[in-house]
Each structure stands twice: as structure tokens, then as C-alpha cells.
Write a protein that binds this ligand. Structure first.
Ligand SMILES: C[S@@+](CC[C@H](N)C(=O)[O-])C[C@H]1O[C@@H](n2cnc3c(N)ncnc32)[C@H](O)[C@@H]1O
Length: 258
């Protein structure tokens, strides 16, 4: 959902001049699905495996499938591209990607990957706290992705403060958040609503009923003053719920402001 929505936003921003994508939490850039963690969680089979095996797909998911195929040129599904590579693949000459990653090993891997891959587009990885670095990175008109692990309680506060900064600096921002229980998500939504953006779209996919708040029951994205891509976002969420969710899966794409 996250990477297809990112592709939908980049496609919608096309034609508005050179694009600048900024990420606060960039990750390592490329994931080995045969690695220990990936095999243990089985997330890939329940998600990207279904994407790769699907028939016709909505545009952004089809673009994501192509991005995954580029990382597996011999076929199969061994490697999955993270958001920096997904974004970079959709950027062109004159565009720019900059991503922060706190972990030194992941930031080093990402920097090496971007050096090897950035054809035409300028791409840069920084080992930094993405919330703290954001102010220095915003140049006006950026598209920002905030994708924290939400392992720390202050991620919600810091994400909301980062949205405030983006709005002050004229950037559009997409925030990913887990759906565990509803009040945790609703509190974040209220914080963002209180910032009075011009446009706010909430996209939510629930994979199962929220009976166990200790598990990832789904995902939400708050699209704040981002380029208009509502129909594409709806199509992505509907596909994810139908193909990755259980019988009680649900989708909600709601324009909260604008
Ligand atoms: C959910 S992952 C990011 C995944 C990536 N956006 C993608 O879609 O491929 C979250 C990442 O944030 C990093 N991280 C945690 N706190 C951070 C912070 N304050 N600033 C920057 N990175 C942070 C973690 O090390 C982890 O790699």
C-alpha cells in the first residue's frame, strides 16, 4: 500500500516541474526476502507475493510490480525494493531524492545503493535523525514521506510536528501509520487536522477486525497537501484489502479536509 501510494503521488506530481522527494525514515533501500526476518514473518508471501502473481493491476500497483521485477531480473522474488528505490525508479533527470536513516549500517547500505542506481536523478542518503534533519532538507514544493517504525511512543508526536514543519515550508507530506487500535490512529489524525492543511486525505486498509491491538491489523496513510491522486489511492487500497486481507477486511478513503 505504502509504496504504491508513493508511486501514485509521484505520478500525480509529474508535470509540476522538477520533483524533490524527501524521506525522514528511508530504511536500507533493498530487502532480501530470503533473509531470516523476512522468512520468519512470512510478510512477503501475504503481500508482495500476491502482487507478483496477480493479473491486471491498478496503475500504481502495476508500477510497483515493475519496480520489484527490476530488482529480480532473473525472475522469482528474492529482493524487494524499499521506498528509496521505488521512488528513484519513478524519478527522472532533474528530479531529486534525499533520505535520512538513523541506523548507520542501513544508511551506509542505502548510500551505496543510491550511488549505484541514480541515473540522471540526484539521490542522496544521510545517516541522520530524519525528524531533526527535515528542516534543513525542505526546499519548497517537496513531497515528503514520513514512515517511522512507531516503536517509540514519541513517534506520533514527532511525526505530527514534522507535518507541521512541512506545511509551514510548503511541502506535501504522506505519513504512514499502523492500524492497531482506533484511538491511537484517531489521535494522530486529530493532530494533523488541527494543523489546518488545505487538503487532507485519509487512506486506511484494515486487514482484519481490530480485536488484538498488539498486532498490525492494517495500515493508514495521511496525505496532507499532496498532489491529487484520490482515485488511484482508492484503487490501491481496494486491491490490497481484497487480496491481502481476511474476510472482514475493509477500506476507507476519506477526504477529511479540502
Ligand atoms: C519502516 S522503516 C522504513 C522503511 C522505508 N521507508 C521503506 O518503505 O522502504 C523505518 C526506518 O526508520 C529508521 N529510523 C528509526 N528512527 C529514525 C529516526 N528518528 N530518523 C531516521 N530513521 C529512523 C529505522 O532504522 C528503520 O530503518
Amino acid at each position: 500500500m505504502k509504496h504504491a501510494v508513493l508511486l501514485a503521488l509521484i505520478a500525480a506530481a509529474r508535470g509540476e516541474g522538477a520533483l524533490s522527494v524527501v524521506e525522514t525514515h528511508a530504511g536500507a533501500g533493498l530487502y532480501d526476502l530470503q533473509g531470516e526476518v523476512a522468512r520468519r514473518t512470512g510478510e512477503a508471501e501475504a503481500g508482495v507475493g500476491r502482487l507478483m502473481a496477480a493479473g491486471a493491476l491498478p496503475g500504481p500497483l502495476d508500477a510497483l510490480r515493475q519496480a520489484v521485477r527490476r530488482e529480480n531480473p532473473n525472475g522469482g522474488l528474492r529482493f524487494y525494493p524499499g521506498s528509496p528505490l521505488v521512488a528513484l525508479g519513478a524519478l527522472g533527470p532533474g528530479d531529486r531524492y534525499r533520505g535520512c536513516e538513523l541506523r548507520a549500517d542501513d544508511a551506509d547500505s542505502l548510500a551505496a545503493l543510491l550511488r549505484a542506481r541514480a541515473r540522471g536523478a540526484a539521490a542522496e542518503a544521510m545517516q541522520a535523525d530524519g525528524y531533526a534533519a527535515l528542516g534543513k532538507l525542505l526546499a519548497g514544493g517537496d513531497l515528503v514521506l514520513i514512515d517511522p517504525p512507531f516503536e517509540r511512543d514519541d513517534d506520533y508526536d514527532r511525526a505530527a510536528e514534522a507535518v507541521r514543519l512541512c506545511l509551514q515550508r510548503g511541502a506535501g507530506v504522506a505519513v504512514w501509520a499502523p492500524v492497531k487500535d482506533l484511538e491511537t490512529l484517531d489521535a494522530l489524525i486529530r493532530r494533523v487536522e488541527d494543523l489546518s492543511p488545505t487538503r487532507l486525505l485519509l487512506a486506511e486498509v484494515r486487514l482484519r477486525p481490530l480485536t488484538n491491538p498488539m498486532t498490525l491489523n492494517g495500515a493508514a496513510m495521511l496525505l496532507v497537501d499532496t498532489p491529487e491522486a484520490t482515485a488511484e489511492v482508492e484503487a490501491v487500497c481496494a486491491w490490497v484489502a481484497a487480496h491481502c486481507g481476511g474476510p472482514a477486511a475493509r477500506v476507507g478513503v476519506t477526504r477529511l479536509i479540502g
